[in-house]
Design a protein around this ligand. Structure first.
Ligand SMILES: [Fe+2]
Length: 342
């Protein structure tokens, strides 16, 4: 039933239409088609210094096994359902020393960005991917994954998933492995060594719709970023920014998710940018301010903040700053709906 119709004199006709499971499009057209999108959800920042104690406390109260995944989900205060943005899920995950988060797989694709580690790995499709601070790990759709902390301190990372997107399509499936740890049949960090040096095997494996690299180490990514800063002029809207690429085709790491690393020199302020993607930032190094619409958020190391879709934002670096980010740009570009505005 249409509440407060634009054409109230047609209300009786609308009742009859509704009884036949139809709706007059002219009453709802403005809700479906608009000159430009509305941002969904709020700009928001989660401080690591506030969340870390909560996570460690949960570490004392519930085991990784009991929890299946011990994650503090970052819920956007401006959205009804769980999710950091309309299309993205994010959370901070903790695995304590000696613990294993058991093997499972699901159709939702995931990325991880490591905040703290004294030793550990994520196993993906028969391969252990080392997790050191700043490493970027992918677990594409329907790939088996389990996590183990082999160090003596807590292992904490930012999880990013396409849960809202996949669930919107009604395509959520999941499966638990028979054993806590999946069988390992590849050498440790095999995919990174095989594909991560700017070469790929001549007789390459079958190409899948995601990057064959599951681990992008921070040392390599940061070196590439700083090299770019030495040899290129700075981009006014993005600073020095690189995209984690699929070596097979130069595309994004997952069909739904894109990931980036950017360097903002001390004192630099980006000129302002907006796009239809929703973006989650994780502060790897440094301090600064994100100005998102009318909201100013100061950020520090390991903080997470979200820029909703179609919201103009600027980043200001108070010190040299390195930011990791992920977004749904990959999905939007594949669907041909991505738009941006500088
Ligand atoms: Fe998972």
């Amino acid at each position: 039933m249409i509440k407060d119709p634009i054409h109230p004199h047609l209300a009786e006709a609308y009742k009859e239409m509704a009884s036949h499971s139809t709706i007059p499009l002219w009453e709802i057209y403005h809700l479906l088609v608009a000159f430009e999108p509305k941002p969904m959800g709020d700009p928001h920042l989660w401080r690591y210094k506030d969340l870390r104690p909560l996570l460690l406390d949960a570490g004392q109260k519930i085991s990784a096994e009991e929890a299946e995944r011990r994650v503090l989900a970052l819920k956007n205060p401006g959205l009804e359902r769980p999710g950091i943005a309309q299309t993205l899920f994010a959370g901070l995950q903790l695995v304590m020393p000696g613990e294993i988060a058991p093997a499972h797989r699901h159709t939702q694709g995931a990325i991880r960005f490591v905040l703290e580690s004294t030793g550990g790995y994520t196993a993906v499709e028969g391969e252990r991917c080392t997790m050191e601070r700043g490493d970027f790990i992918t677990t594409p759709s329907w790939c088996w994954h389990d996590h183990e902390n082999t160090g003596d301190g807590p292992m904490i990372w930012l999880d990013g998933l396409d849960v809202p997107l996949v669930n919107f399509f009604g395509a959520k499936f999941a499966e638990e492995n028979e054993t806590d740890q999946q069988p390992i049949f590849r050498k440790d960090d095999d995919s990174e060594k095989r594909f991560g040096a700017g070469l790929r095997p001549f007789n390459g494996a079958e190409q899948k719709p995601f990057s064959p690299i599951f681990r992008y180490p921070y040392a390599t990514a940061k070196a590439a970023l700083m090299q770019l800063a030495e040899s290129d002029t700075i981009d006014p809207a993005h600073g020095y920014k690189m995209v984690y690429a699929n070596p097979n085709d130069g595309g994004h790491v997952l069909p739904t998710l894109s990931a980036f690393l950017q360097y903002l020199p001390q004192g630099f302020e980006t000129s302002g940018y907006r796009s239809t993607e929703s973006t989650v930032f994780s502060v790897v190094e440094g301090q600064g301010t994100a100005i998102i619409g009318e909201t100013e958020l100061t950020f520090d190391e390991n903080d997470t903040f979200v820029v909703p879709n179609w919201m103009s934002f600027k980043l200001r670096a108070d010190t040299d700053a390195v930011l990791f980010s992920f977004s749904d740009r990959a999905a939007q570009q594949r669907l041909g709906i991505f738009q941006q505005d500088t």
